[in-house]
Design a protein around this ligand. Structure first.
Ligand code: ADP
Ligand code: ZN
Ligand code: ZN
Length: 804
């Protein structure tokens, strides 16, 4: 008898213990680890999903095992490596294995989809393949199929005679498209053209198009209609006249974006060469070492990544590169795809499930060797990885803030050990944790202190906005910034203006009594939405009309507070009517591909000033940008998080690095109410090391990361008393497991203590060495399963990115 260990998906009774199921005779060859199966669970007849983790010959269970009812996948959806990883990940992140397994799946397999069997081209005429597919090209796999059919499918698949493909239900029909091609050569096409009547305008246009593009056929009909304005009737007429043929093509879904130019490798600077040499040595020696490249903005880190990847590929290995957020870093992605072309798969949230699935398949079957993606790309099913790169390693987005709360860096380090390959972390402003680890010799530190071609760092000026002369009477743009913007635009150069915002845009405040309009369900200010002309809550979606008088004191002096980008845009237009301003914020980037479009437009000089929020601070490389202005540099300083200084320093350093990247000198103007703050002063001179020392000192004083480990435990309940009571109980549990050397803070309400009508309390554990704690937290996780039913939500966040 064969027995499968299955991790089941039972929302109300999660556990990390696998359950054993019998593999029925007829599925003996079919079931393999990494597949999803349907099983019954508990006393009832309920059918649930599970992942097969292991297969073994005997069971430890004395009773009779239930059988596996049905296989959901006909091929494994997770590799053995990912199955292994799920044990470790669940343990590290205090989450359930099932949620780790689900997180690793490409999204198409979490959505509704259909599975189809298709013949591998060479085997279309194979007798068995034909007996399976009949006359059709493909066969849908359904739960009604007989076991014999399933077995046949499985055997043919193992012989590589057929493929199994997934198609998201609502995209299935998009797969086949009509396209136009021709059997005629250009000479024959010209003859056809000459025989056309001169008033047959549409036909002439179509034939001319075919002559010019004969090498690029077939072309989709929709493309002819949309881009060339050649209609369906013209195409039909041409078909009748024997000029072209209409065929069906399978559309290869391809991510949208700018098509990159092919790039070739640059001659490295000494610093770059030294970095590449060290990384390549580690690749050659299969040494899972971690490098931290601390390189000033413009020092050419990307070229180091690219040439190191190339070396990994030369050795027949693959490479994984993580970036904070694909849509914000199109230039970086283009540089990678421009170098390695069709060997690259790009994974990001902007892709539809179908596109994601296509990329995932290309990775899995080995047709791509380089994967670029955001956080979740760290689970890409690459084989034989030779190098993992994490660019801008300090970014908070590498940590998932939902279950499982994993950090991509930790997963990368785990995978590097399996694949025996180095990891490269790169940043101009490394996280304190990583820099401290390098200090201790856990990571290998590589400095890149010079900009490429010895371009000087930009000249940075700090403007004290407390000073009456600087604070513009009417607005947010100081006279000095205005003057410099004016001169840059006049010289035909470009400028970037960053508005540092805390996240939410304008909210309503009464200037008479200080009242702010808040959500009735959550303790947050409602945000003004101009397009809807409504006040809206970003947490629960509650909306209400915009008030005209203060609900508290009836004053009419209620108005918008907090500077939004639209407001700054208006000020720029007033002060600099001749300048063309392009705005990039949540409002202008809602649509898919909008980021890339704005960035391209700015790169093409369709605007003089790029105005935006935090999203313009990173990774942009425009040679003509000579001026960067920062408005409200302080906003991120005032958040109640111990990383506030670190975040501010990172932001200011990154955005300053956008100026003067090419031949022209760069100039940065930072407007602030805290000109003496070390985070601002150190950022002005791009002095990471001085900042690092000062910040380490303060972290030491207040017992924070990286001197202490931090774990955050939070409890939520609809009833505030219940939430508080449960959090005190939790605190006692933790106290019992901890030594006197650790610090236990709370329970305290979170900064926004009520979200969607639930009250949140948190406990912070700070510790150096607590051998009992890990197990205790796992116990708490398991014990609280029963509490979920009583309406409690408990979250354990290991090394939180922010505490609020
Ligand atoms: P970083 O990522 O460190 O901020 P980049 O990799 O974006 O820096 O490099 C800055 C600029 O210098 C880019 O325009 C890049 O094309 C150019 N560059 C990098 N390396 C070289 C080199 N070896 N020779 C010439 N130009 C280079
Ligand atoms: Zn009022
Ligand atoms: Zn709300």
């Amino acid at each position: 008898m064969s027995v499968a260990e299955v991790v089941v998906d039972v929302p109300t009774m999660q556990t990390n213990r696998p359950f054993e199921y019998e593999i029925p005779e007829q599925l003996a060859d079919v079931v393999v680890p990494g597949m999803r199966v349907e099983v019954s669970f508990g006393r009832g007849k309920r059918k649930i999903q599970g992942f097969v983790m292991k297969i073994k010959d005997t069971s430890n269970f004395s009773g009779k095992l239930k059988p596996i009812d049905r296989v959901i996948d006909l091929r494994p959806v997770l590799t053995p490596e990912m199955l292994d990883l799920s044990y470790w990940l669940a343990d590290q992140t205090y989450s359930f294995q099932i949620s780790c397994l689900q997180t690793m799946l490409p999204s198409v397999m979490r959505a509704k989809y259909k599975q189809f069997v298709e013949a591998v081209p060479e085997f279309v005429d194979d007798a068995e393949v034909k007996s399976l597919l009949g006359d059709g090209e493909s066969l849908e796999i359904t739960s009604q199929m007989t076991d014999e059919t399933i077995q046949l499918i499985n055997r043919l698949r193992r012989q590589n005679k057929i493929e199994i493909n997934y198609v998201v239900e609502n995209q299935a029909r998009q797969l086949k498209r009509q396209a136009v091609t021709t059997n005629l050569n250009p000479i024959q096409l010209r003859e056809k053209r000459n025989s056309l009547r001169s008033n047959a305008k549409a036909q002439l246009k179509l034939v001319n198009y075919l002559i010019d593009n004969v090498d690029h056929l077939p072309i989709e009909m929709s493309e002819l209609e949309n881009d060339q304005d050649i209609g369906r009737s013209a195409i039909k007429t041409a078909e009748k006249n024997g000029i072209l043929e209409i065929i069906e093509v399978t559309k290869r879904r391809k991510p949208v974006g700018i098509t990159p130019e092919k790039t070739t490798k640059l001659a490295l600077t000494d610093e770059q060469q030294q970095a590449v040499d060290q990384i390549v040595t580690a690749i050659d020696q299969s040494n899972p070492e971690t490098f931290l490249i601390e390189g000033v903005t413009g020092s050419g880190k990307t070229e180091v990544y690219l040439q190191s990847i190339e070396q990994a590929l030369n050795q027949g290995r693959s490479a994984l590169m993580l970036v904070p957020e694909i849509s914000l870093t199109p230039q970086m992605v283009n540089r990678v795809t421009g170098r390695f072309c069709n060997k690259v798969a790009v994974l990001h949230s902007g892709l539809s499930s179908g596109e994601r699935y296509d990329e995932w398949t290309r990775i899995e079957n080995g047709s791509v060797k380089v994967v670029v993606g955001a956080r979740s790309a760290v689970f890409a099913p690459l084989k034989n990885i030779g190098l993992i790169i994490i660019d801008e390693e300090h970014e908070a987005s590498y940590k998932q803030d939902d279950n499982p709360r994993y950090h991509a860096r930790d997963v990368a380090l785990w995978r590097a050990k399996q694949h025996k390959c180095p990891v490269v972390l790169g940043s101009a402003t490394p996280s304190l944790e990583s820099r401290a680890r390098a200090q201790k010799g856990v990571y290998h530190l590589i400095y890149m202190k010079k900009r490429v071609n010895d371009h000087p760092l930009p000249h940075v000026q700090i403007i004290d906005m407390r000073d009456a002369e600087n604070s513009a009477a009417k607005g947010d743009i100081s006279p000095l910034l205005q003057d410099n913007l004016y001169r840059a635009v006049k010289r035909g150069e470009q400028a970037i203006v960053l508005l540092n915002r805390r996240g939410y845009s304008s909210f309503m405040m009464c200037r008479e009594c200080g009242f702010t309009l808040k959500c009735p369900n959550c303790d947050v200010s409602l945000t003004y939405h101009k397009d809807l002309s409504k006040m809206k809550c970003h947490y629960c979606g509650h909306e209400e009309p915009v008030p005209t008088v203060c609900p508290n004191c009836k004053s009419k002096k209620i108005g918008f507070y907090g500077t939004g980008t639209q407001n700054i845009e208006r000020q720029l237009n007033e002060l600099l009517p001749q300048a063309r301003v392009l705005r990039m914020d949540v409002d202008t980037t809602r649509r898919k591909g909008a980021h890339a479009k704005i960035i391209k437009a700015f790169g093409d000089h369709k605007a003089d000033i790029l105005l935006g929020t935090q999203m313009i601070a990173k990774g942009l490389d425009f040679p003509d940008v000579t001026l960067v202005g920062v408005i409200n540099a302080d906003t991120t300083l005032s958040i109640s998080d111990y990383r506030a200084s670190e975040r501010t320093f990172q932001l200011l350093t990154q955005v300053s690095g956008r100026a003067g990247r090419a031949d022209k000198e760069g100039h940065v103007i930072i407007q602030t109410f805290n000109p003496d703050h070390y985070a601002i002063k150190d950022a002005a001179v791009q002095d990471y090391e001085t900042f690092y020392k000062q910040e380490m000192y303060l972290r030491h004083q207040s017992n924070y990361t990286p001197y202490y480990f931090t774990t955050l435990v939070s409890v939520a309940h609809k009833d505030e008393g219940q939430a508080l009571k449960q959090s005190y109980w939790l605190k006692r549990q933790l106290q019992a497991a901890l030594s006197d050397h650790s610090i236990l803070l709370g329970p305290s309400p979170t900064m926004i203590s009520r979200k969607q009508n639930k009250y949140y309390y948190q406990i912070i554990v700070k510790y150096k060495n607590e051998p009992q704690l890990h197990q205790k937290l796992l116990d708490i996780l398991n014990d609280t399963q029963a509490d979920t039913k009583k309406g409690f939500t408990i979250a354990i966040d290991n090394e939180p990115q922010h505490i609020d």
